[in-house]
Design a protein around this ligand. Structure first.
Ligand code: ADP
Length: 198
């Protein structure tokens, strides 16, 4: 029963890491960005609404994002744990997630923070733009996403850091090395937490 979050700047490889780390802990990875992109591609009402923001690198409004996550967290597959990728990303979303979990007497166990220098992030994004063709992977939109990350999401990391839940992982290096380092760091952290419980 592990409930994890992964937070990292755009281009940090957070989505790829989320999938590998989740597999190790045998929990589903839930990516809000992925859900929005999937809805946008299928042109669902949510997707059409979200596209207005996604393509410009802006955050989808909290009420839509919160409703989406609230709904997803009711699914059977996440009752015994999950790794949330891309949520919460704003301070109000943190409160919202706290409330969703508290209603079930649950809480977040650890928050993985992936760190990488801005210059490296931009290089990786440019490569991903060639490989995957994501609409929000252009230099201008990327810089806006990075700026938003620094302005809004750092606050989210600070809140969890204040609760002693943040596990920072060096996000430069090969994807496999980062996965290994992240898993080792989380396992070590969870083991320490267990010891605190009488
Ligand atoms: P990245 O972290 O590389 O920007 P994501 O796949 O996590 O990529 O997110 C892509 C986009 O999806 C974001 O730029 C934003 O528009 C939207 N999004 C994802 N999660 C959230 C969230 N929690 N709140 C608001 N918007 C979100």
């Amino acid at each position: 029963m592990t409930r994890l979050l992964i937070i990292g700047p755009p281009g940090s490889g957070k989505g790829t890491q989320a999938v590998h780390i989740a597999r190790h802990f045998k929990i589903p990875a839930v990516s809000t960005g992925e859900i929005f992109r999937d809805n946008a591609n299928r042109e669902t009402p949510l997707g059409k609404e979200a596209s207005k923001y996604l393509d410009d690198g802006l955050f989808v409004p909290d009420h839509l994002t919160n409703a989406l996550v609230k709904d997803r967290l009711l699914d059977a597959d996440v009752q015994d744990g999950f790794l949330l990728d891309g949520y919460p990303r704003t301070a109000p979303q943190v409160t919202e997630l706290d409330n969703m979990l508290a209603a079930r007497d649950q809480r977040v166990d650890a928050v993985i923070e992936l760190r990488a220098p801005d210059a490296e992030l931009e290089q990786r994004m440019l490569k991903r733009a060639q490989d995957q063709g994501r609409k929000d992977d252009t230099v201008d939109v990327f810089r806006r996403r990075l700026d938003l990350y620094h302005r809004e999401t750092h606050e989210v990391v600070s809140v969890y850091a204040g609760r002693g839940l943040v596990v920072s992982v060096d996000g430069s290096g090969s994807p496999d090395e980062i996965t290994e380092a992240a898993i080792a760091a989380v396992e070590k952290f969870l083991a320490t937490q267990d010891r605190k419980i009488p």
